[in-house]
Design a protein around this ligand. Sequence first.
Ligand SMILES: N[C@@H](CCC(=O)N[C@@H](CS)C(=O)NCC(=O)O)C(=O)O
Length: 110
Amino acid sequence: MIELYQKENCPFCKKVRDTLNDLNLDFICRISKDGTPQREMMLKLGGKAMVPFLVDQERGIMMYESGDIIEYLQAQYGAEASYKKSCCGGNCKCQNMDTSSDTPKVCPVE
Ligand SMILES: N[C@@H](CCC(=O)N[C@@H](CS)C(=O)NCC(=O)O)C(=O)O
């Protein structure tokens, strides 16, 4: 699961949230306000008092900097998102997709 440590009114965080939404990625939104346990966890994991901070647990990735985060998300998940769009408009829960193929398989849930 992807976790985003963020603040609601932070423009850099909004850019990252928009990218996650564009890619149809589920994520856990952690509100990283001063004095919260989420903030403490972010400092423990990443060491910096800055948002956004992304944790991609499955891939063992932790990173700051919105530009780097967006680049990472697009490189890692962009092919999958465009495959889903070509398959069924991005609304299904396709599993085990072969994103290396240009020819979409038939969506298993449609
Ligand atoms: N270069 C960073 C800038 C991030 C940034 O300035 N974040 C502000 C919030 S908008 C911040 O973390 N301020 C300190 C804090 O909120 O703890 C990025 O693009 O992610």
